[in-house]
Design a protein around this ligand. Sequence first.
Ligand SMILES: [Mn+2]
Length: 322
Amino acid sequence: MKVPEEIVELLKREQSFTIVSHINPEGDALGASIALALALRLLNRDVRVFNRDGVPYMYGFLPFSELVETGMDRERLKNSVLIVLDCNDLERVGLKEVECKKIVVIDHHQTVTDFGHIRWIEPESPAAGLMVYNLLKELGTVIDRAMAVNLYAAIAVDTGTFRYENTTPEVLRAAAELVEAGVNPGEVSRRLYESWSVNKFRLLVSMLKTVEIVNTGNINSAISIITLDMFRETGADASDTENFINFPRMIESVDISAMFREVESGCWKASLRSKGNCDVSLIASHFGGGGHKNAAGYKVCGDIEEVKRGLLEAIQDLVATR
Ligand SMILES: [Mn+2]
């Protein structure tokens, strides 16, 4: 991975930075943001970290997660370099417009926008955290334990803790170095996977009860639903649903896991995950959404039975016949 010289020079030259990441943040967005902020602080830079939705409960263990603010100081931003992490447009950040000194984009998602003055997009990188790790090495800052935990968590989340196909030798080498810097992998795994609230667990149980496995042509889809009533009954919230979609995917015969989460009465966020060659981005874009081959999503309003039927028809038309 080649770190753009322009970015290294900018970080060395400028004094004020504002780091932002996407709405509904997960470990990669947060860990990469916090680690970069800590490194810039070590270089005596003025740094703020912004995320519109703040730090979900489960990521409270990240060292210095309290640095993440949900309010943006617009006056300060005017003289600050904006660093956009783990996404590459303002809409994903949840901001309409910005007035700042310069915009740097650091992301591993391939998109078609040209937002930002300096764009470092590395679609082959499994995590934004790995890009920040390489950036810090290039900057020559020490990676202390706090930074290491944030970077390790970022990389762990986006590689399914080294289980997904994006787990490259480079990832494992970086992880080894982060462990040497003081990360306890067992503890991070415990925090990520074995620290659920009872409410979250109850919501998963409710969701699993809705799973239907439907065959269309040569594709088996597992469809699940989370309604506003289910949130009310369990006391869980939207951030608790991260990863729920992966549970039906555990079934060997399932090719697509689709989860409909009610965002407002009668309107749904559809998330799609697939295995292997089954391209769910075709389905998402058919409904005006987007994503990658194995992970995509869209928004839809209507009666849930009709919404499900619409999805199954799209699977039949776009994927099953291919
Ligand atoms: Mn990411």
